[in-house]
Design a protein around this ligand. Structure first.
Ligand SMILES: Nc1ncnc2c1ncn2[C@@H]1O[C@H](COP(=O)(O)OP(=O)(O)OP(=O)(O)O)[C@@H](O)[C@H]1O
Length: 244
C-alpha cells in the first residue's frame, strides 16, 4: 500500500530495547501524531525509519523498503524529517537555504549574490511555508517558528512525500502553533505527515489519527477521541506532566 508501513520494528542499544516490535501503518494523506511519555521510543522509531538507527523488521514507504538503506538514499525515496533542534544554515538567507536544499549547484559566490529569479519549486515552497516576505533575511535571525517552517520548506523542495516532524511546535507562540497546524493540513493534501508531539492541545486540534507509544511499544491507536478514552492510555498519562 502507499504510505508508511512499519512491521515488527526493533531497535536495541547495547542490550536495551528502545523500540520493541512496533507495527505502524500510516496511509497516504494522513496526519498521524505519535505521542508517549519521555523515553517511549518515539524519536528512535523515526531514527530507524530514516536510517539513523540500526533496526530489524521491515519499513516500507510507498512500497520501497527502507531498512538497510543509507540515510541519503532514504531521503531520495521521499522521506524527510525535521529534528527537535533546527538544522538550517543560520548565516545564509531563507532563499539560499532553500536553494541549497533544492540542489541548485551554484558556487559560493553565486549563492551569496541576490537572486534575480526564483525557481518555481522554491517559490512554491516559500509560499507554502509562509516565508515569502522574509526570503532575503538571514535564517539565523528568524524566530523559532519560522526556522521550523524553513526546515519544512527545505523538505518540500527536496520532493519529500513523507514528513516526519519531531516536536515541530515546541517553543512556538500560540499564533505560530495555529499556523503550523494549518500548514500540516495543507501538506497532507499531497503528502503523508507524521508528527511526534507532547503538546496535547495541539494534538486535539490538528491530529487526524494518533499512535500512543509506551516503553518501546504501541500502546494504543485510533482517533483522538478513541485514544483519549482508552483506559491503557489514561493509566500511562494521568498524573504525567505532558499536558501543555
Ligand atoms: N543512542 C542511544 N543509545 C542508548 N540508548 C538510547 C539511545 N537513543 C535513545 N536511547 C534510549 O532509548 C529510549 C527511547 O528514547 P527516545 O529518545 O526514542 O524516546 P522518546 O519517546 O523520543 O522520548 P522524548 O519524548 O523524551 O524525546 C530512552 O530510554 C533513551 O534513553
Amino acid at each position: 500500500m502507499s504510505g508508511l508501513v512499519v512491521r515488527d520494528l526493533q531497535v536495541v542499544f547495547d542490550g536495551f530495547v528502545a523500540v520493541g516490535g512496533v507495527d505502524l501503518t500510516v496511509p497516504s494523506g494522513d496526519v498521524r501524531f505519535i505521542i508517549g511519555p519521555n523515553g517511549a521510543g518515539k524519536t528512535t522509531l523515526i531514527d530507524a525509519i530514516t536510517g539513523l538507527a540500526r533496526a530489524t523488521g521491515a519499513v516500507t514507504f510507498d512500497e520501497h523498503e527502507l531498512l538497510g538503506r543509507k540515510v541519503h538514499k532514504i531521503a531520495r525515496l521521499g522521506v524527510g524529517r525535521t529534528f527537535q533542534n533546527s538544522t538550517v544554515f543560520e548565516e545564509l538567507t531563507v532563499l539560499q537555504n532553500l536553494d541549497i536544499a533544492a540542489g541548485w549547484h551554484r558556487g559560493p559566490l553565486t549563492l551569496l549574490r541576490r537572486r534575480s529569479s526564483v525557481p518555481p519549486e522554491v517559490q512554491n515552497a516559500l509560499e507554502t511555508v509562509r516565508l515569502t516576505a522574509v526570503r532575503d533575511q538571514l535564517a539565523g535571525t528568524l524566530p523559532h517558528g519560522q526556522k521550523q517552517w524553513l526546515e519544512i520548506g527545505m523538505l518540500l523542495v527536496q520532493n519529500a512525500k513523507l514528513f516526519l516532524l519531531d516536536e515541530p511546535v515546541a517553543g512556538m507562540s500560540h499564533e505560530e502553533r495555529d499556523a503550523t497546524g494549518e500548514l500540516l493540513g495543507e501538506l497532507s493534501r499531497e503528502h503523508t505527515v507524521v508528527v511526534i508531539e507532547h503538546d496535547m492541545d495541539f494534538l486535539r486540534r490538528f491530529a487526524r489519527s494518533v499512535t500512543v507509544m509506551h516503553a518501546g511499544k504501541v500502546l494504543s491507536e485510533g482517533t483522538v477521541a478513541q485514544v483519549q478514552a482508552d483506559p491503557k492510555v489514561q493509566e500511562v498519562y494521568l498524573g504525567h506532566p505532558v499536558e501543555a
